[in-house]
Design a protein around this ligand. Structure first.
Ligand SMILES: Nc1ncnc2c1ncn2[C@@H]1O[C@H](COP(=O)(O)OP(=O)(O)OP(=O)(O)O)[C@@H](O)[C@H]1O
Length: 650
């Protein structure tokens, strides 16, 4: 029942009862074999639901999500002729979800001030496992590719930017006319392909001077081809072949839905690669997307089987859990800024060069000042001077790029080290409370033997360490490129210094007497440009350094936080011992319980290692650790309950 008291109708139906048409209510003997089934969904619409009702309840809430940078998907699923295209595209008098969503999206964007948005859309169909651009059908079949981040791209697809709802409806209707439609036994205008309308919303806001934040929200609206039973569809030849393709991709979709809905209870391999449709909907199905599935069924008794399979699919799809995260891209401005400075300077040089040329031509035509013109040698020197200046610019550009790469590498390495530290913290945390003296002794012995504890080290940790080593090696290479590798391998810095020297030598070579005032002016301008460029570069470098410092400070804060947690954990343990809450193993009760911090040389993080209770205690720091506290005691005749040493890093 729906209440139409207000302007908007609210639907509170959530149950579908699928009744078996072959069932005789009088036949009590077959009652227990009834195929009647009840399904519960988030919402159910009956034949009275308007396009507005369906849109408001299923899709409207996704508009805000897309604007905030989330991936969202709506797809219409169901047998042929059940009304999928009607729901998604609709007709001019009753437009469907496509147009209503886009209208709301543009309205929401218009209402938001101070933020820059750009919206683009593409419309494609998957017909017989081939992708066609519905906005530019003459472009042939397009390729589907997965980029390095795992997101799906369609190469060469037309992206249209428009905010006019009318224009969009025209585009979509025109696009839909290009869609492969054929009359079938079940639908006069049956869509023989899957249609996908993709809307991308980019929201740009300047977070700081250096880093720009970009939220990219994607909305997929999918009108699937109708599933059909070959026997009922009575299709032949081409139609049958299409039907087979449609059914195959829908089967692949069904398999994915099955596998995904069973995830969690038991591990399942989800094969998205079986069809273009599932590859395209990968994120929408089980990844980073808020997804709405609108299942369509016909109330006709002749459609009982289709309705049953559709409802079963939809029911399974309901249990799929996706992991949604906001798509945030941070665009580094470092390189852009430096490149900006350099191209400004290039423009300046060009201006100076044309000025020189212009002046020279003016002088050539002016016979009176011919004497003041430089000799051919002067012209050569001047050309060399400009070349030297250009060389300096190129070198500076390369240096800036190297600096940026080095910083990125450093930050990557820091992140890896923090993860490793976390891992170490976790393992220690894990080992300490339930460590037995025997195990502790084994561990220390293993460390003493020079074993770094590789057996205990997980494969992931080994990989992470390898990655850190690679990053550090890369960093060393960059340093070598910058400062050089001894004789014969001059670094960029050295080359820049010699280019500077060369330029000043050339300036010295210019014959002073033959200098016209114009030439002097040109050189003065060149010098000024040099100075400005230097100032600029220095400013950029210092802001880069500042940001790097902030980043480093973040890392340090995080490290201290981890360290504090570790200390709290130790203190808590010791308190428990003091108050007698924790029971020590018999051997330990008579011995010395010592907690020692070792300082990790590589990333300056403390590692906690309980010592064996047997006395005397000799602590050997594991390889890679710097020993900060060493406890040696032979004095304990009395049982010592607890001693704790905590050596905090400076
Ligand atoms: N709720 C509705 N109100 C009015 N007409 C409808 C409704 N649903 C469907 N129709 C009409 O029924 C016919 C079939 O619907 P539609 O083409 O949307 O089905 P479909 O599921 O997309 O089929 P196929 O998978 O074969 O493409 C169309 O003429 C459509 O206008």
């Amino acid at each position: 029942p729906h209440h139409s008291g207000s302007k908007q109708t609210y639907w509170s139906l959530i149950m579908v009862v699928l009744m078996d048409p072959g069932e005789d209510p009088e036949d009590t003997l077959r009652a227990h074999r009834s195929r009647e089934k009840t399904f519960i969904f988030d919402t159910v619409f009956d034949q009275h639901a308007s396009q507005e009702d369906v849109y408001c309840i299923t899709t409207q809430h996704l508009v805000g999500d897309v604007i905030s940078g989330y991936n969202t998907t709506v797809f219409a699923y169901g047998p042929s002729g059940a009304g999928k295209t009607h729901t998604m595209l609709g007709v001019d008098s009753e437009p469907g979800i496509y147009l209503k969503t886009l209208t709301d999206l543009f309205r929401a964007i218009e209402e938001t001030r101070d933020t820059e948005y750009s919206v683009s859309m593409s419309y494609l169909e998957i017909y017989n496992e081939m992708i066609r651009d519905l906005l530019n059908p003459s472009s042939g079949f397009l390729d589907l590719r997965e980029d390095s981040r795992g997101s799906i791209q369609i190469t060469g697809i037309t992206e249209v930017s428009t905010s006019n709802a009318q224009e969009i409806m025209q585009l979509l209707t025109r696009g839909n006319r290009q869609r492969t439609q054929e009359p079938t036994a079940t639908n006069r205008t049956s869509s023989r392909s899957h249609a996908v309308l993709q809307v991308t919303v980019r929201q740009q806001s300047r977070g700081s001077d250096l880093v720009e934040e970009v939220h990219v929200g994607k909305l997929f609206m999918v009108d699937l081809a109708g599933s059909e039973r070959a026997s009922q569809a009575q299709n032949h030849g081409k139609r049958m072949q299409e039907g087979a393709h449609i059914n195959r991709s829908l089967l692949a979709l069904g398999n994915c839905i099955n596998a995904l809905s069973e995830k969690g209870s038991r591990a399942q391999y989800v094969n998205f690669r079986d069809s273009k449709l599932t590859r395209l909907l990968k994120d929408a199905l089980g990844g980073n997307s808020r997804t709405v599935m609108i299942a369509h069924v016909s109330p006709a008794s002749t459609s009982f089987e289709e309705s049953r399979t559709t409802l079963l699919y939809a029911h399974r799809a309901k249990s799929i859990k996706t992991r949604v995260k906001r798509n945030l891209l941070t665009v580094s401005h470092h390189i852009a800024q430096y490149t900006g400075v350099i191209s400004d300077l290039r423009r300046e040089i060009q201006r100076l060069e044309s000025q020189i040329e212009r002046r020279e031509e003016e002088k050539r035509s002016d016979a009176g000042v011919r004497a003041a013109q430089g000799t051919p040698r002067t012209g050569q020197i001047r050309a060399q001077l400009v070349r030297a200046f250009k060389e300096q610019l190129e070198l500076r550009h390369s240096l800036v790029e190297l600096e940026n790469a080095s910083i990125e590498l450093h930050m990557d390495a820091s992140r890896h080290l923090l993860t490793l530290a976390d891992w170490e913290h976790e393992t220690t945390h894990h080992h300490t409370p339930d460590s037995t003296p025997e195990r502790d002794e084994e561990q220390v012995a293993a460390h003493a033997d020079g074993d770094t504890g590789k057996s205990a080290e997980s494969h992931e940790e080994a990989l992470a360490r390898e990655e850190v080593n690679m990053l550090l090696a890369e960093q060393r290479k960059i340093v070598a490129l910058k400062v050089g590798r001894g004789a014969g391998h001059a670094g960029l810095e050295q080359r820049l210094a010699s280019a500077r020297k060369k330029a000043s030598q050339l300036e010295e070579l210019l014959p002073r007497q033959a200098f016209s005032e114009d030439q002097r002016e040109v050189l003065r301008l060149l010098c000024r440009t040099h100075e400005l460029e230097l100032e600029n570069t220095e400013l950029q470098a210092s802001s880069l350094r500042r940001e790097h410092l902030l980043c480093q400070k973040d890392c340090v804060i995080q490290r201290y936080h981890q360290h504090r947690q570790l200390c709290e954990h130790v203190i808590q343990g010791q308190r428990q011992l003091i108050h007698g809450k924790a029971v020590l193993p018999a051997t330990q009760r008579l011995g010395l319980s010592v907690v020692i911090f070792w300082k990790d040389r590589r990333h300056q993080l403390p590692a906690i290692q309980p010592c064996p209770p047997s006395l005397p205690v000799t602590c050997i720091a594991p390889r890679g650790y710097e020993q900060r506290v060493c406890v040696r005691s032979t004095q304990h005749t009395q049982p010592v309950r607890c001693l704790a040493f905590a050596h905090l890093p400076v």
